[in-house]
Design a protein around this ligand. Structure first.
Ligand SMILES: NC(=O)c1ccc[n+]([C@@H]2O[C@H](COP(=O)([O-])OP(=O)(O)OC[C@H]3O[C@@H](n4cnc5c(N)ncnc54)[C@H](OP(=O)(O)O)[C@@H]3O)[C@@H](O)[C@H]2O)c1
Length: 296
């Protein structure tokens, strides 16, 4: 099977490529935006790095030609001076979906987020909802996988969790009383490859979350305790954090905004977990945490 991946240098992309390096039946085109991003990709005879442009339709069609399945990973939570939700989340997804259709690709996998909705008041969730809409309208069969916070080597969620747990004394948004359903990034990679192999008809939205519901506060305490450490957790009131973020992000032209704070502090909840439908045996949270601690 031939697959093409966009945003291959992302944390999910790195993990997926590591899975592909040991999958004898897969050849992958690893699409990145710059030659500099090549250096971060795993070396394997099964993986061919390629520079792609999301604003050049012909370039995208050529890059995706021959692929049985395209996996679109490029996307952002944190805007900056050079990129925003419209270009990175909506327009890039639209360009990839249209190019995949033109290239005759059989199936498209899009990684979205739990909470994505075209009618959300939150600009990030709205952009992911709009991106899902573009995928569904592109004319090819697709699997949209909505994920919660991802834990695994190099994910933003793991990096900040490990940093918080190592501090001894730390302050978190609202005392960390919001609930998360952390998903092991290895499980996401397995789910992605599973739908690529199955190429189901039509367009399906899956909500895939981890096996355990836990407050962010308890997650930090657990990681600290697993390392034989203690951490005192204080609270930054969310309203004050949003006020500060609103001013700082305007001055800097991006970074942590009130929108990002609302995403981080959302209670992650799904009506039905897609693990069974996707044929995934979820990694217990304890094992995921042991894995990320081993990477320190
Ligand atoms: N990490 C999580 O906890 C989480 C949770 C839910 C959903 N997701 C989704 O999963 C996907 C992968 O996430 P990740 O955390 O692994 O990503 P990541 O490590 O933050 O990497 C972001 C990727 O998006 C690319 N990108 C940034 N701006 C872009 C633009 N304007 N046009 C096209 N590409 C652009 C980056 O390319 P450059 O390096 O060239 O900038 C990079 O390849 C994303 O779609 C994300 O929304 C992640």
């Amino acid at each position: 099977m031939k697959i093409a991946i966009t945003g291959a240098n992302s944390s999910v992309g790195q993990n997926l490529l590591a899975h592909i390096a040991s999958a004898a039946d897969i050849q992958a085109i690893a699409g990145v935006r710059s030659a500099a991003a090549f250096a971060s990709l795993p070396q394997s005879p099964r993986i061919t790095p390629r520079v792609i442009s999301y604003t050049d339709g012909d370039n995208l069609v050529t890059a995706l030609a021959d692929a049985d399945c395209v996996i679109h990973l490029a996307g952002i939570l944190i805007e900056n001076k050079h990129t925003n939700y419209t270009s990175a989340n909506v327009d890039a997804t639209d360009a990839v979906a249209q190019a995949a259709f033109k290239a005759g690709v059989k199936h498209l996998v899009f990684i979205s987020v739990v909470g994505a909705s075209t009618s959300s008041a939150n600009a990030y969730f709205r952009s992911k909802g709009l991106a899902e809409e573009r995928v569904a309208a592109a004319g090819l069969s697709a699997s949209i996988i909505r994920t919660p916070i991802l834990l695994g080597s190099g994910t933003a969620g793991s990096d900040s969790l490990l940093a918080m747990a190592a501090k001894g004394k730390t302050k978190v948004l609202g005392g960390g009383h919001y609930t998360q359903r952390p998903l092991d990034v290895d499980d996401l990679s397995k789910a992605i490859l599973s739908v690529c192999r199955a190429q189901p008809e039509g367009v399906t939205i899956h909500e895939l979350v981890g096996p355990e519901s836990i407050s962010y506060r308890d997650l930090i305490l657990r990681v600290a305790s697993m390392q034989g450490q203690e951490v005192e957790i204080g609270s930054v009131p969310i309203a004050i954090a949003k006020l500060g973020a609103g001013i700082t992000s305007k001055l800097k032209g991006g970074g942590i905004t009130p929108t990002v704070i609302d995403v981080i502090t959302m209670n992650e909840h799904v009506h039905s977990n897609a693990d069974t439908a996707l044929g995934i045996l979820l990694t217990p949270l304890q094992s995921t945490l042991e894995k990320i601690i081993r990477t320190i």
